[in-house]
Design a protein around this ligand. Sequence first.
Ligand code: PRP
Ligand code: URA
Length: 208
Amino acid sequence: MKFPNLKIVRHPLIQEKLTRIRDRHTGSPEFRILLSEIAELMAYELTADFPVRDVVVETPLAVMTGAELAIGVTLVPIIRAGLGMLDGILRLVPQAKVGHVGMYRDEDTLEPVEYYGRLPKDAADTNIIVIDPMLATGGSCSAAVSKLGESHSVRVLCLVASPEGVARMLEDHPLVTVYAAALDERLDHRGYILPGLGDAGDRIYGTT
Ligand code: PRP
Ligand code: URA
């Protein structure tokens, strides 16, 4: 299946770590470390075309022109599971501001329920990265992007996407690119991604 709004990040280290994270025998401590490492590696790819501008820097020996990011960065993790990817990305972009969106899926309707939202005031003037490991029906991510205002400056960083979720994002927010480490097969009858990795929030926080 080919989606114009999807970029799969196929770096060997990401794929190797993703395989370990999918393993049902991987416990929360290792799961958290792997998720953070994958997020860092994926953020490196996602930011590769961010614009830079000239900046003058004095080295101990001379003055030269270097580079700095031309546009600010806002990270928006969807609580809970998105928080598991935040520190990895902040290691690469420590100057980023962080907004939070609290969202959970109603187990019966699979519709997202929002319970928290706080965004930096200038978020609309920055490159925004919405962070959530799982893009299942796409409902949570689509609702989060709706709060931010759709534009080419908004990107989604997830670990595992379903075809249903990517299609939903394409329909609701066609300007937004989704970066994923894998496009899995489909959703099961409870809206879980197959083969997936199970419930990301539960696996991060040990609440199974
Ligand atoms: C998970 C996941 C996404 C959402 C994806 O969160 O982290 O936010 O489900 O599903 P969707 O694409 O069908 O909306 P969950 O609702 O389990 O909440 P949690 O992170 O608090 O565990
Ligand atoms: N949320 C998860 O954590 N996992 C899925 O497979 C689907 C939604």
